[in-house]
Design a protein around this ligand. Structure first.
Ligand code: KIV
Ligand code: ZN
Length: 388
């Protein structure tokens, strides 16, 4: 099966979001986890942003001096100073990529850059030409590509490829697109950009409308072969496409996508939790793949189904993502079978009338308590035995 490259931007787009900044040591620890995950590219930072970020990118590049499976990348605006800073900071890495970008949409050209179409195009070409001789690979991004005129996008991308870019990134900078629209856009760009066959097209989706993962997967359907994403979906505003979600979607639905990634999915849970610890930001309970509830079941019907066959209510195994085992949580929605099963695990075989009585007492307790613990259950069983 063809492979989709996973470009991780936890340490750049993710880290630049409020509440998620990391110091040098924390970034290096996170980068080690990303290397273990086997991401194809680590975007380690924006070196020109601060001396601290420059040092962090350099430290990560040093950590990856012998790592030939992962590119270390830094972000640069389309200017000489930014590109020099990236080139210098990623120099120690075994494999180096410079990621340079300029905005192309009318709103950015007119209000932010105050540049004509031609000026933007010339800047893009000059940046790629400069970067080409300073790293193994150059990626070019057209910021706000989604809101850019299609014919102009094709012109800029064609020029960037001719100048030496081998990855062409199409960011949905403001999380505005929809799955159908982005799939169609990728098909159009790949069919119409001169030299498209010499480059890998990449999706970079933000989550402002909660569609970053769906949009990234749609872009893949349209021909994207690199997805830019971040662990736990962190990133500017509502975040980036969540790495663990897009990887597990491709993996779990390989029958549909007919694609694969090189990610070691069994390391996903630990990497997600490490990020949470380093940034002090909890992973929401109901977060897909890595949340506490991702493999937890409380309702009686679901618990009964799980006890009969795990696949009744789980499409992945916790071990696939390195998460702790599935949990049948005892609460007010739980049923008799789950209670009897937990009691058995605790060394008590309940059946018939005895099970009914303990179950009744359990329901009363569960109405006043979110989660009935093993200790609660033991007291109920022993209390009932003493009263009997
Ligand atoms: O969202 C965006 O447009 C970006 C680019 C710098 C790739 O993060
Ligand atoms: Zn972004």
């Amino acid at each position: 099966m063809e492979q989709v490259r996973i470009f991780d931007t936890t340490l750049r787009d993710g880290e630049q979001a409020p509440g998620f900044s990391m110091d040098l040591d924390q970034k290096v620890r996170m980068a080690k986890a990303l290397l273990e995950l086997k991401v194809d590219v680590i975007e380690a930072g924006f070196p020109v942003a601060s001396p601290g970020d420059f040092a962090a990118v350099k430290a990560i590049a040093t950590e990856a001096a012998d790592m030939h499976d992962t590119f270390i990348c830094g972000l640069a605006r389309a200017n000489e100073k930014d590109i020099n800073a990236v080139a210098e900071s990623i120099a120690p890495a075994a494999r180096k990529r410079i990621h340079t970008f300029i905005a192309t949409s009318p709103i950015h050209r007119e209000h932010k850059l105050r540049m004509s179409k031609q000026e933007v195009l010339e800047k893009a070409v000059a940046a790629v030409r400069q970067a080409k001789d300073m790293a193994d690979e150059v990626e070019f991004s057209a910021e706000d590509a989604i809101r850019t005129e299609r014919d102009y996008l094709v012109q800029v991308f064609g020029a960037a490829i001719e100048a030496g870019a081998t990855t062409i990134n199409v960011p949905d900078t403001v999380g505005y697109t929809t799955p159908q629209e982005i799939e169609d856009l990728f098909r159009y760009l790949i069919a119409n950009t001169p030299g498209a066959e010499k480059a890998v097209f990449s999706a970079h989706c933000h989550d402002d409308l909660g569609m970053a993962v769906a949009n990234s997967l749609a872009a893949v359907r349209g021909g994207a072969r690199q997805v830019e994403c971040a662990l736990n979906g962190i990133g500017e505003r509502a975040g980036n496409c969540a790495l663990e979600e897009v990887v597990m979607a491709i993996n779990t639905r390989a029958d549909f996508f007919q694609l694969t990634t090189q990610i070691d999915t069994t390391k996903l849970y630990n990497a997600s939790r490490l990020l949470s610890r380093l940034t002090g930001q909890d992973v929401p309970r109901n977060k897909a793949i890595v949340g506490d509830n991702a493999f937890a079941h409380e309702s009686g019907i679901h618990q009964d189904g799980m006890l009969k066959n795990l696949q009744t209510y789980e499409i992945m195994r916790p071990a696939d993502v390195g998460a702790p085992t599935s949990l049948l949580v005892l609460g007010k929605h739980s049923g008799r079978n789950a209670l009897a099963d937990r009691a058995r695990e605790l060394g008590h075989n309940l059946s018939g009338e005895r099970l009914n009585e303990v179950f009744e007492a359990f329901k009363q307790l569960a109405d006043s308590k979110k989660n009935v613990t093993n200790d609660d259950l033991k007291s109920l069983i022993l209390g009932h035995a003493m009263n009997a």
